[in-house]
Design a protein around this ligand. Structure first.
Ligand code: ADP
Length: 490
C-alpha cells in the first residue's frame, strides 16, 4: 500500500512555489452576531439562542448566528404568507422582474465581498467562489428575472399560478448559489420564501438579506432563518407551507419525503450522487485529465455531481492513472483566500471524519491508495487529493457518496460495460464522458440514467440548463424553463 506518492515528484521539483497572494478580507464587514431575517429585518430569535459558524481553514469563529426554533419558523412562515397575499402574488410579472434584476445588479457590485465571505465560511478557494459561485448566482437571478413577465410563454396555452409559501432548505457546498437556485425561480413565479441555509455556512445567505433590503424587496417576500436539521424539520412540518424544495443528503431527503407524504405540499428533492466519469480510449487524454481534476478535486469533492467514480477503458487505464498521479502532485492545497490555491479546506470536522472513515473502509476492502504529498496547514480541516485504484463496484467507495477529494478508479472494456457500471448505482444525478466519437457519447448520454451528462467537459453550469436527478438522487429540476414548473400550479 502506498499512501503518499513520490514516483519522482518531490514537491520542490514539481510544484512551482508562488509567493502568497491572499485576497484582502477588508472588503467585508462581518457582524459579530446575526439575527433571523424575518419580514424584512433582522430580529432576535425568541429563545435568544445563538450558535457559531467557523472558518474551516483556521477554525476561527467567524460570527454568531441565531437559532430558529418552531416559534421563529412560524413567525417567518406567517411573514411570508402575509407578503404573498398582500403584495407579491398581486404584482404583475414585470414588477417582480424589476426586483430580481435589481438583486442581480447589486450582487454584481458586491460580488467581491460575497466571494470572500463564501470562501471564509465554506473553505472553498477564492478562485472558485469568485469565478464560479458568484457569476453563476448572478446569472441565475438575471435569468429568472427574464422569465417573470413571460410565464405564459413558458407554459403555452395555460395560465400558471404561484403556489404560495415555499420552504427551502439548502446544504453547505454552494451556499449562495443554492440560495439563488431556490429563491430566483420562486420569486419569478410569484411565491414567497422561507429559506434555511446549512448550519455550517449561513453567512452568505445572511449577507444576501442586506441585498434584499438594498433592493427594497417588500418585507416578508424572502425570510432567512438559521438553525440546524431540527429547524429544517419544523419548516417542513409547518402546515402553512405550500411547497418544499430541498437540496442535501439522500438520507434527509427521504425523511422529508415521509414528512410531506399525505399533505398537499409540493416537493422537489435534489439529493446525493455518485457520478460515473467515463474515459474511452479514443479520448483526448490530457484534456480528460483536466476534466477529471475539475470534476473531483477543484471543489474538494464538495459537489453532489462530483465525478467521483472514474471509469477508464482498460487499454488506457495505466496511462490515465499515471498522468493523474502526476497531476495531483501539482495541486496546491491551502489558504482558500489565496488566488493560487486549487483546493481549499474541508467544510467541517464532521465531513473530514466522514471522508477519512470511508477511505479507511476502501483500503480495508482492498483498494490501493495514492495521495498527494503536499504540505497541509497546521490548523483547519484538510484532506489530500486522493486516488483509489483497484476498486470494483462491490466496494463501498464505489457506491457511497464520499463528498471529498477522493477519486475511485474502475476499469471497463466495452461501451456496454461502461453503461452497465455507470447505471449500477442507487444514484443518478450526473455523469461525464470523454471520447472522440460523437456517436459514442450520444449513445452513452442516451443510455446512462443521470439528470446531467457532460461530454468532453465536466461540471459546467448554465442557468438556462436544467439540473436534477434520477433514482435516489431525487426528482424535479432546477434551472432553465424546467425550473419554473415546481413553483406553479394551473
Ligand atoms: P449534508 O450531508 O450535505 O450536510 P444534510 O442533508 O444533512 O446534508 O443537510 C442539508 C440541509 O438539510 C441542511 O440545511 C440541514 O440543516 C437540513 N436538515 C438536516 N436534517 C433535516 C431534517 N430532518 N429536516 C429538514 N432539514 C434537515
Amino acid at each position: 500500500m502506498q499512501r503518499n506518492g513520490h514516483e519522482g515528484h518531490s514537491k520542490h521539483t514539481s510544484r512551482w512555489e508562488y509567493a502568497p497572494s491572499p485576497e484582502p478580507r477588508d472588503v467585508l464587514k462581518l457582524q459579530p452576531r446575526y439575527g433571523l431575517f424575518i419580514n424584512g429585518e433582522f430580529v432576535e430569535p425568541h429563545i435568544g439562542r445563538y450558535f457559531t459558524t467557523l472558518n474551516p481553514a483556521t477554525e476561527e469563529v467567524l460570527a454568531e448566528v441565531a437559532y430558529a426554533d418552531a416559534e421563529d419558523v412560524d413567525r417567518a412562515v406567517r411573514a411570508a404568507r402575509r407578503a404573498y397575499e398582500t403584495i407579491w402574488s398581486r404584482l404583475p410579472g414585470k414588477e417582480r422582474a424589476k426586483y430580481l434584476f435589481r438583486i442581480a445588479r447589486i450582487l454584481q457590485e458586491r460580488s467581491r465581498e460575497f466571494a470572500v465571505l463564501e470562501s471564509l465560511d465554506n473553505g472553498k478557494p477564492i478562485r472558485e467562489s469568485r469565478d464560479v459561485d458568484l457569476p453563476l448566482t448572478i446569472a441565475h437571478f438575471f435569468y429568472y428575472a427574464g422569465w417573470a413577465d413571460k410565464l405564459e410563454y413558458a407554459f403555452p396555452g395555460r395560465t400558471p399560478r404561484p403556489l404560495g409559501v415555499a420552504g427551502q432548505i439548502i446544504p453547505w457546498n454552494f451556499p449562495l448559489l443554492m440560495a439563488a437556485w431556490k429563491i430566483a425561480p420562486a420569486l419569478a413565479t410569484g411565491n414567497t420564501v422561507v429559506l434555511k441555509p446549512a448550519e455550517t455556512t449561513p453567512l452568505t445567505a445572511l449577507l444576501l438579506c442586506e441585498v434584499f433590503q438594498q433592493a427594497d424587496l417588500p418585507p416578508g417576500v424572502v425570510n432567512i432563518i438559521t438553525g440546524d436539521g431540527q429547524t429544517g424539520a419544523w419548516l417542513v412540518q409547518h402546515p402553512d407551507v405550500d411547497k418544499i424544495a430541498f437540496t442535501g443528503s439522500t438520507e434527509v431527503g427521504k425523511l422529508i419525503q415521509k414528512a410531506v407524504a399525505g399533505t398537499r405540499k409540493r416537493l422537489t428533492l435534489e439529493l446525493g450522487g455518485k457520478a460515473a466519469h467515463v474515459i474511452f480510449e479514443d479520448a483526448a487524454i490530457d484534456q480528460a485529465i483536466e476534466g477529471i481534476v475539475n470534476g473531483i478535486y477543484f471543489n474538494q469533492g464538495h459537489v453532489c455531481c462530483a465525478g467521483s467514480r472514474l471509469l477508464v477503458q482498460e487499454s488506457i487505464a495505466e496511462l490515465v492513472i499515471r498522468k493523474l498521479k502526476r497531476r495531483i502532485q501539482l495541486l496546491r492545497i491551502g489558504d482558500p483566500l489565496d488566488k493560487n490555491t486549487d483546493i481549499g479546506a474541508i467544510n467541517s470536522l464532521q465531513q473530514l471524519r466522514k471522508i477519512e472513515r470511508l477511505v479507511e473502509i476502501g483500503i480495508q476492502e482492498g483498494a490501493e491508495i495514492y495521495q498527494s504529498d503536499c504540505a497541509l496547514p497546521n490548523r483547519g480541516y484538510w484532506y489530500r487529493p486522493t486516488i483509489l485504484t483497484k476498486v470494483s463496484m462491490a466496494h463501498t467507495v464505489a457506491r457511497e457518496e464520499i463528498f471529498g477529494p477522493v477519486l475511485s478508479v474502475l476499469t471497463f472494456r466495452t461501451p456496454d460495460e461502461a453503461v452497465q457500471i455507470a447505471n449500477n448505482i442507487r444514484y443518478g444525478l450526473s455523469a461525464g464522458v470523454w471520447t472522440n466519437k460523437g456517436s459514442k457519447y450520444l449513445e452513452f448520454a442516451a443510455r446512462v440514467k443521470a439528470g446531467v451528462v457532460w461530454c468532453n467537459t465536466y461540471n459546467k453550469f448554465d442557468p438556462a440548463s436544467p439540473f436534477g436527478g434520477y433514482k435516489e438522487s431525487g426528482f424535479g429540476r432546477e434551472g432553465g424553463v424546467h425550473g419554473l414548473a415546481p413553483y406553479v400550479a394551473f
